[in-house]
Design a protein around this ligand. Structure first.
Ligand code: SAM
Ligand code: SF4
Length: 329
């Protein structure tokens, strides 16, 4: 699928739930969000039909996300179901890692290719603070179990927050010395959940890169894929580090993504309120679903407007206030 701006759209992110076992301060309000009714959440069968239609149109990579996807207890069944769709080249999962040690073996045997674990601090009391009570040990155990199960090429996503974890950049980068991980530093994006003052907390990926270079020369890694991250290997290290700059260096010109929300709406840009509802179509036919997916691709905007303050509401967001947990990042 090629959109109006000549971008090839081949990546679908699928949120399987709007629920989560953590309450990360920048993602979810303390009291949680108003959840969708269980009847409104797509069944695995409905997700399968939508993904199949999307793959028929040229989607090659699928990422399962949430909320926290592993709160859907039978998630490996979904992975197994999607894995056999002809044309699907890669299936990945983004998780907070809390339940990962329990699920890693089943996920691997179901056919999962890769895992991204979100982890914003290597200090347990800070980790508890940012997740409102999560256990760092559980996440570290999950990462080690996933690596032991052969889910290598595991990525750790760190949201950069000045005065919160910016002093941990070297600790995170050092993890790549002895483990085959990719640690990716991601710029904090404004959403409706403005726990950290945006202006005071923004910390650029470029600054993180400069800090990492004190560990050794950063050699670019050519992944040959369209990646939001700029990836490097620190000289002599096993793993790699990546830098994702949605704010300071937006990558909209090469954006290849669509996002399916847990209630069946296709969101055309993370930062745009435009959605196309696939719920009814999926019960009608694959053709109807495919035609709505094409419509969504046509609606994809040229770029997000996060830096154009005039277009933003008081939270710095384009009219549609959302929590990241409702879309899946
Ligand atoms: N629960 C899973 C997890 O935490 O990995 C998947 C869903 S979570 C919403 C997906 C990603 O969005 C996480 O890596 C999280 O750190 C990121 N995220 C949430 N709010 C963000 C924000 N305001 N700016 C940048 N990334 C954010
Ligand atoms: Fe849950 Fe992930 Fe949001 Fe944290 S970032 S509250 S783990 S959905």
């Amino acid at each position: 699928m090629i959109d109006k701006f000549n971008r090839k759209i081949n990546y679908l992110r699928v949120s399987v739930t709007d629920r989560c076992n953590l309450r990360c301060v920048y993602c979810m309000p303390e009291q949680g969000i108003v959840h969708k009714q269980p009847a409104d959440i797509l069944s695995f069968e409905q997700i399968y039909k939508i993904v199949k239609a999307a793959i028929g149109l040229g989607i090659e990579k699928v990422r399962i996300t949430g909320g926290e996807p592993l709160v859907r207890k039978d998630l490996p069944l979904l992975i197994r179901k999607l894995r056999v769709i002809d044309g699907l080249k890669e299936i990945c999962l983004t998780t907070n890692g809390i339940y990962l040690s329990e699920y890693a073996a089943d996920l691997k045997s179901a056919g999962l290719d890769r895992i991204n674990v979100s982890l914003d601090s290597l200090n347990s009391s800070r980790f508890q603070e940012i997740t409102r009570g999560g256990s760092l040990d559980a996440v570290l155990k999950g990462i080690d179990t996933a690596l032991a199960e052969g889910l290598s090429a595991l990525k750790i996503n760190v949201v950069l927050l000045k005065d919160f974890n910016s002093d941990e950049v070297l600790d995170f980068a050092s993890l790549t010395k002895t483990k085959p991980l990719q640690v990716r530093f991601i710029e904090y994006m404004p959403t409706a959940t403005n726990y950290f003052s945006y202006d005071k907390s923004f910390f650029s990926a470029q600054t993180a890169k400069t800090i990492c270079s004190s560990l050794g020369e950063l050699a670019p890694v050519d992944s040959r894929k369209i990646e939001a991250a700029r990836i490097f290997r620190i000289k002599g290290f096993w793993g790699t580090v990546g830098f994702i700059s949605p704010i300071s260096q937006p990558f909209c010109a090469s954006c290849n993504k669509l996002r399916l929300t847990s209630d069946g709406r296709l969101r055309v840009c993370l930062h745009s309120a435009k959605t196309v509802n696939l719920r009814e179509a999926v019960e009608v036919s694959e053709e109807k679903t495919a035609s709505l997916i094409r419509e969504a691709v046509f609606l994809k905007p040229h770029s997000h407007n996060l830096r154009e303050k005039d277009n933003l509401d008081e939270f710095g967001f384009e009219k549609d206030n959302f929590s990241m947990c409702q879309i899946g990042g």
